[in-house]
Design a protein. Sequence first.
Length: 339
Amino acid sequence: MNKSFFLNAPLTINITLSYRCNFNCIHCYSREEDFKNELTFKQLKTVIDILASWKVPFLNIGGGEPLIYPHLFEFVSYATSKGIQCSMNTNGYLLDREVAKKIKQTGFKSIGVSIDSPEEEKHDLFRNKKGSFKKALAALENLYLENVKTTVSMVISKLNFNNFQDLIPILRQYKVAQLFLHNYKCSGLGYKNMEQYDLTPEEWKDFYSRALQLKKITKDIIISFDDPILHLLPEYEDTPLVKGSTCGKLSLNIKSNGDITPCGFMPVILGNIIKDDITKIWKDSPILNILRNPIPQGKCISCGVFENCLGGCKARTYMLTGEFHKPDPHCWKKGGDIE
């Protein structure tokens, strides 16, 4: 295995405590997950003990909707007591002032709120929940009043790629620290609805060009991406910690039943954190070895940025092609030189 980048442990573990949710988002990767066989709170404390002994510094809690999980604050308090910094992704619907106070008291590092359009009607459509836009903004206000660091996540789709930049002045009102512009994930309901909401490769190229311009002129809010195909654009100047996808290199995902996957969007089970040795999985998993050492195929063979892109998002490629090494279907390169 090529260990030039190899870390002894992930920097971040993404964990789902429960897939239960009060929304039914049209792009959700986890809506069809099984709600049964979730780890008990006692088992989740064991998970924290394992991660703490492994010296994992960051734990991000997703879902489902984490605020529905009854032991959320106990779980985070325990993780924090073990030296693990916790963040959380939420739709914000249940995040009133009292919950914001509890978040502050519990010691979360940051809270991410999902907002998928600067337009109320389109956000509510994407989230399949009337009133969800107003609730998300109220959540940001409550967190701001409690001096909790906030970030916002936007999943780019046909609904927002033309006016995503209009979200910036809204975020400024609540002193949001960072905006994550996520590529459309082709997993779960996202796969079922991709024909309606995913962009074409040329639209992705246009979006990323405009997003990089926005990043360049926006000084008070950090704008971040999670898509390796950005390396195709000469104006992309970031230097990520690792090349290509971060899953299996900087992070791993733990499902609510303890199953370990490279990321939440890739339904490839590597083992189970309760039943298996996660450190051995991290070191010796054949799947992680494939993800860490991609082999160029098709147009990637002659691509001048493959050594940085490494074939793009592996979750998206796997979900759409059934293989890891094929070119990312979102890639706008036609073959030969970079277009």
